[in-house]
Design a protein around this ligand. Sequence first.
Ligand code: GRF
Length: 197
Amino acid sequence: MRFAVFASGNGSNFQAIAEATIQGEIPGELAVLFCDKKNAYAIERAKKLQIPAIAFSPQDFATKATYEAEILHLMEEEHVELIVLAGYMRIIGPTLLEGYKQRILNIHPALLPNFPGLTGIRDAFESGVHETGVTVHYVDAGVDSGPIIKQEKVLRHSEDTLASLEQKIHQVEHRIYPEVIAEVLQNIQSKEERKKV
Ligand code: GRF
């Protein structure tokens, strides 16, 4: 079963997912990395890992719908069955949501519904909570609002700095995202096999 990862920047989650796939921990094939930024560091990682990468940005298109239609076309051409957002800093619009119903995952660095948005780690840190964490969820039309698949807590100790908290959160992300992707792909596959019978 083929899947794609979408990223906009650093791509450390992409790398963890790619390595887990190469090591056989994810029962699928990482078909392509898609980036909405041509200079995303994730693309360098993809080159090193020999995973195909494609990048274009919404600015290259007249509307968001035509931008997403091009992505959809690419995904269909690559026979992608699951889209995995890993630091893809855009809201998914109706074109992609329609094309991949219940087939788009996202990871967020906080315990949703707390601290949604772009600065989840910082917001949790500054609010003074004693625990925050990581959430993997299906994507819907909202911001970090779809059905939750898995959450894991990360404790924030008094000696934690923003940087140390970030590091702990990323470590959890890199461990649990490959696990969840493996489970979701297995579920899709078993459902499809049941349909065939
Ligand atoms: C991660 O913290 C993820 O939860 C959030 O964006 C960040 C991406 O980091 N959605 P990276 O690009 O995978 O290093």
